[in-house]
Design a protein. Structure first.
Length: 425
């Protein structure tokens, strides 16, 4: 198999993973197997937020019986927004929140407060919902909430730590949405972008119990040495609320995971039985440098006959430089450096299933044994680029950026290592 064919195969398998997380099909499967709650004189209120909001809403509306009263409101990112019949849609910024997201969240709150006991609230939740559904307490300006968000994104916090803090600074997260909807019934269909599929963490758990308390968030920020960097309004708010215990559960909420990273990993393996595929882990997380080391250890430990190794997860990057990139691009670049001693022909792909890696237009990277050479031929230094967190420039120089465009879904990241033991580079 040529290197070009090996690269094409890796890309096609990544597409299989994305297709397995198709949000419309996921909603269709769920509502076909478990139909909508029957109304008793009220209406359906559909609230969708996340990167898959438009697709999920379109499908959900098709399951509402004719002449049944309903209203629908969807918030998504600018790359995935599209018109949805019988639904008001709003495009807001991601991953850093903006005023459009705050205004959309105010509208969500207004509609929830108008819901009655005979109504059914159907929440359609997908990755990106944390940034898109942003409604801090009145004491915290949006600019301060954004500043905290940027600190969390740039300092290597994992998704559980990030959302623990986000929940304490929101009127809707950590079960806040379900609390506002009471006494209406609440059902949530969730496309999970969180490893482990914990509904408390996905989109910061708007219809689930929170991950912790304000005191827990404050302790975490202090432990990481970031307390003094946090805006004063946020420190004052956490100080004031630190004695409050989190609710143990959310009211009247039924949460169902309809698509996930693990299901996408299984779809890849099922699509390539001839490659003796192995799902190595569905929990590849933590620092990208450590993740690259873990991947190479697994590659070296497997016999060459196992031609396809598969991982899923969500790594983190500690930003020390001023370059451009994302966790998948940096992971791909680090693996390409660490795999230089492998003689078999190989390729490695790391990509975000949403099609966007960090603040870039790339989904990740697709590298091979020639990546570092191609970078050096442009006069660049791969090690220096990594040190500056400039993986985008490095992979752009080598022609190894994974470009997919917005996919309309998000179930975290996929990594593939493909090798051809009969070919040497």
């Amino acid at each position: 198999m040529t290197k070009r064919n090996l690269r094409a195969l890796a890309r096609s398998l990544f597409d299989v993973a994305v297709e397995a997380a198709d949000p419309a099909l996921a909603v269709r499967r769920e509502l076909t197997a478990n139909s909508l709650c029957e109304l008793t004189g009220g209406r359906y209120l559909i609230l969708a937020f996340g990167k898959a909001a438009c697709a999920m809403t379109t499908e959900a509306i098709s399951h509402i019986p004719a002449s049944t009263p309903f209203e629908a409101f969807a918030v998504t990112n600018t790359e995935n927004v599209r018109e949805v019949p019988h639904c008001e849609t709003v495009a807001a910024r991601h991953p850093v929140p903006d005023e459009r997201g705050r205004q959309a969240s105010l509208e969500v709150r207004r509609r929830l407060q108008a819901a009655g006991g005979s109504d059914v609230v159907l929440c359609l939740i997908s990755g990106g919902g944390s940034a898109l559904l942003v409604l801090p307490p009145p004491e915290i300006p949006l600019a301060d909430k954004i500043a905290v968000n940027e600190i969390l994104l740039n300092r290597g916090f994992d998704i559980y730590q990030t959302n623990l803090v986000r929940q304490q600074l929101s009127q809707l997260k950590g079960g806040g949405l379900a609390q506002l909807a009471f006494p209406a019934r609440v059902r949530s269909l969730i496309v999970s972008d969180v490893i482990g599929d914990d509904p408390r963490c996905i989109a910061s758990g708007p219809t689930s119990a929170p991950l912790g308390s304000p005191a827990d968030a404050m302790q975490l920020l202090k432990h990481r040495g970031l307390w003094e960097e946090i805006p004063a309004s946020v420190r004052n708010y956490l100080d004031r609320t630190a004695s409050l215990a989190p609710p143990t559960s959310s009211k009247s909420a039924e949460n169902s995971i309809v698509a996930s990273n693990w299901r996408s990993l299984e779809a890849i393996a099922a699509a390539a039985p001839h490659l003796s595929p192995m799902i190595v882990s569905g929990r590849l997380n933590g620092d990208v440098g450590n993740a690259a080391h873990e991947i190479m250890n697994q590659v070296k430990a497997r016999p060459p006959e196992c031609r396809l190794l598969i991982w899923g997860g969500e790594t983190t990057v500690r930003v020390n430089g001023d370059g451009t990139g994302g966790r998948n691009q940096e992971l791909a670049l680090r693996v390409s450096m660490a795999a230089q001693g492998i003689k078999d022909r190989w390729v490695f792909l790391s990509g975000g299933t949403d099609g966007r890696d960090g603040p870039t237009d790339a989904a990740g990277g697709l590298v091979d044994s020639g990546t570092i050479r191609r970078i050096e031929e442009t006069g660049a230094d791969a090690s220096a680029l990594i040190s500056n967190n400039d993986s985008y420039s490095a992979l752009s120089a080598s022609g190894d950026l994974l470009m997919t465009g917005a996919t309309g879904t998000n179930v975290a990241d996929i990594q593939l290592f493909l090798r051809d033991p009969e070919r040497r580079d």
